[in-house]
Design a protein around this ligand. Structure first.
Ligand SMILES: [Fe+2]
Length: 299
C-alpha cells in the first residue's frame, strides 16, 4: 500500500472529454502517480461560453474554484461561484457547470470518493448529455402511504426528496471563510463538512493555514487524505520521506501514515486544502476504533 506520494501541477495532462464537454486532468487516485485508494483529485477546465453535460454519479464530488467564475446547477439549484469558492455535488444529484460567454476560462480542483464507491461496486455514473434540466428520480416510484409495511416506509423515506435539492448547502463562498485557531498553531476553516450542514457520504474539505517558519506537530490519522497546496512553500515528511512542495502540488497522506507539514517561508503563511473521508464508511467499519494515538513519536 502506498502511504505517501506527491505530484506537481505541471506534470498533470488535461485531456478533453467530448462527452462531459470539458478538460479533465487526473492528479491523484488509482492509476495515477499519487495512488490514493479512496479519494481522487482532478483538474477541471472549462472555456468561456462552455458548459458541461448534465450528469449525476453516486460518488460525492467537492470542487474548489482555482481560477475564474461561473455558475452551476446542482439538484435544480443554481449557484454562482468565483475563485476560492467551494461546491458540493451530492451523490445522485443531476448537475452541470457553465461559464458565460465573454468570461475567462475557469479551472476547478475536484475531490471525489469515486474510488471508494468503485471498491464497493457502487459507483454509477449517468450522463444525460447537453440537456438543461433532468428530473430527479424521474423513473422511480414515489412510494405509497397506504403501504404500512417496512418496505412501504422504506420506499417513502428513500424518495422523500430529490438528492441535493433539499436544505443542505452546496456552495461555500470564499468571502464567508473564517480561519480559526486549529491544532498545533495552524489556522483552519471548513469548506465542506457536516458541521456546516453539508450532506456528504463522508467526504470533507478543510483549509489549513500554516504560519511562517512553522512545523505542525507530527501526527497520523485514520483513512487517507489528499493535500493540495494553494500558496506558499514548505515540506512534508510522510512515512519518513520528505516532500518539498509549492503552490499547485498535491500530496497523499496514507491511512495511519505518520506525517508532519512545515512552512519553510520565513515571512508568509502557506495555505493548503485537505480532503479526507473521516466521517464516512470508515466509521461504520469500525476503523475509528483503532487505538493508535493521533499524536506521538512513533513511525
Ligand atoms: Fe459531476
Amino acid at each position: 500500500m502506498t502511504t505517501a506520494a506527491a505530484r506537481r501541477r505541471g506534470e498533470v495532462e488535461i485531456l478533453r472529454s467530448p462527452l462531459r464537454n470539458l478538460g479533465i486532468g487526473m492528479i491523484a487516485g488509482p492509476g495515477t502517480p499519487v495512488p490514493a485508494r479512496t479519494i481522487d483529485v482532478r483538474l477541471l477546465e472549462l472555456a468561456a461560453g462552455e458548459r458541461t453535460s448534465t450528469h449525476r454519479h453516486t460518488h460525492d464530488s467537492v470542487l474548489v474554484v482555482l481560477e475564474g467564475e461561473g455558475c452551476s446547477t446542482i439538484g435544480g439549484r443554481r449557484v454562482r461561484w468565483s475563485t476560492g469558492d467551494a461546491l458540493h455535488t451530492p451523490a445522485w444529484s443531476w448537475h452541470f457547470h457553465e461559464i458565460e460567454a465573454g468570461r475567462s476560462h475557469a479551472l476547478l480542483l475536484g475531490f471525489s470518493n469515486a474510488p471508494l464507491l468503485r471498491a464497493l461496486r457502487l459507483n454509477w455514473v449517468q450522463d444525460a448529455g447537453m440537456v438543461e434540466r433532468r428530473e430527479e428520480h424521474a423513473a422511480m416510484p414515489a412510494g405509497r402511504r397506504d403501504d404500512p409495511s417496512a418496505y412501504g416506509r422504506e420506499l417513502l423515506a428513500a424518495n422523500a426528496g430529490p438528492v441535493g435539492a433539499g436544505r443542505a448547502p452546496v456552495h461555500t463562498a470564499s468571502g464567508d471563510l473564517e480561519l480559526r485557531p486549529g491544532p498545533g498553531g495552524a489556522r483552519t476553516a471548513l469548506l465542506v463538512d457536516s458541521a456546516l450542514g453539508y450532506e456528504t457520504s463522508g467526504l470533507a474539505l478543510e483549509m489549513i493555514e500554516l504560519p511562517p517558519d512553522h512545523v505542525l506537530p507530527r501526527r497520523r490519522d485514520v483513512g487517507e487524505s489528499c493535500i493540495h497546496v494553494v500558496s506558499g512553500n514548505g515540506h512534508s515528511v510522510i512515512d519518513g520521506t520528505r516532500h518539498d512542495w509549492s503552490a499547485g502540488d498535491t500530496l497523499l497522506v496514507g491511512h495511519l501514515a505518520w506525517h508532519e507539514h512545515g512552512n519553510d517561508d520565513q515571512r508568509s503563511p502557506a495555505v493548503v486544502l485537505r480532503a479526507h473521508q473521516g466521517g464516512s464508511i470508515l466509521d461504520i467499519m469500525g476503523c475509528l476504533m483503532d487505538p493508535a494515538p493521533a499524536h506521538g513519536t512513533g513511525g
